[in-house]
Write a protein that binds this ligand. Structure first.
Ligand SMILES: [Zn+2]
Length: 298
């Protein structure tokens, strides 16, 4: 059995309505769930858990990616420890904590075979060294776990995923123009294939958040369609013993009346035999411990 974990940045749960693209923008996922992704989401049956979880972490203000991702991968309340929500990337203190304890590191210590499947394009290490780019909490966690970051050759071999799922944006970057655009379902099937040789397969995409901030020239609807295809690709291809776990770090794309984040709850979805391990999770900092429990139960 394997766990496939997907972090989708910027997807909250809100009432259905004309201002909520998430409620209608993930039709394939809604078919697997039997209901759309709204604030009334609540399913707990054998092999399927779907519910809202808190992303505010009890801290005032709008939840942000730096503390949100750190809470998700680190399994601790990074916003409270920081005294406020932290945008975009983890602080030095958060990185120090992630170096001691994070999902990927802890899974490896438990003996799990871990795949961090995000690919990094040529020039990424230099951009980080020159401080033009910074590591996300997930990237940092992968490095602290000693995992090798995948690259363009892995994308071409089908053994990694681009953060933009279809490679449509990636292939516009220097040194990456040979990448083909792929269907999002193909990207999803890659995760399942990696699950045949790993116990924990992790991927993160920022599509809905960046689209919600109007920063990538892709509409929220198109970003959600890519996410929908990705998740459908996993759900169609997954083996019966695989569990797909999906969450987000904060709301954004579910409310077109604002281009900033929301305090809405985020979805926690688990499809597969390990779904029961996620029943106790109340907030995003409870997801990593539940994933580790699920891996130990394997
Ligand atoms: Zn975010």
């Amino acid at each position: 059995m394997a766990l496939i974990f997907v972090l989708i940045d910027g997807v909250g749960l809100a009432p259905a309505g004309p201002q909520n693209p998430v409620a209608r923008g993930l039709p394939q996922l809604a078919r697997f769930l039997g209901v759309p992704l709204t604030d009334t989401l609540l399913i707990g049956t054998t092999g399927l858990l779907a519910r809202p979880v808190d992303a505010t972490l009890g801290v005032p203000g709008l939840p942000q990616s730096g503390s949100g991702h750190t809470a998700i991968y680190g399994g601790f309340n990074a916003a409270a420890a920081n005294g406020r929500h932290q945008p975009s990337y983890p602080t030095i203190a958060m990185r120090a904590q992630l170096a001691q304890h994070n999902l990927l590191l802890a899974a490896q210590k438990q003996g799990a075979r871990v795949a961090w499947t995000n690919a990094y394009l040529p020039g990424y290490p230099e951009a980080v060294a020159q401080r033009r780019l910074r590591h996300t909490a997930g990237t940092w966690a992968a490095l602290q776990a000693g995992l090798t970051l995948r690259g363009i050759e892995d994308l071409l071999a089908g053994s990694a995923l681009s953060w933009d799922v279809s490679q449509q944006l990636a292939r516009t970057r220097p040194g990456a123009t040979m990448l083909p655009e792929i269907a999002p379902e193909v990207a999803g099937a890659r995760l399942v294939r990696l699950a045949r040789t790993h116990d924990l397969v992790a991927f993160e995409t920022y599509l809905p958040d960046l689209a919600g901030h109007n920063r990538i020239g892709i509409s929220v609807a198109d970003a959600l369609a890519l996410v929908d295809g990705l998740l459908a690709g996993v759900l169609q291809a997954r083996a019966a013993e695989d569990t797909l776990v999906v969450t987000s770090d904060h709301g954004n794309s579910e409310d077109t009346t604002t281009r900033i984040h929301t305090r809405n709850a985020v979805p926690l979805l688990a499809f597969g035999p390990a779904a029961g391990a996620f029943v106790p999770v109340q907030a995003i900092d409870g997801i990593a411990p539940a994933l580790l429990n699920a891996l130990q139960g394997a």
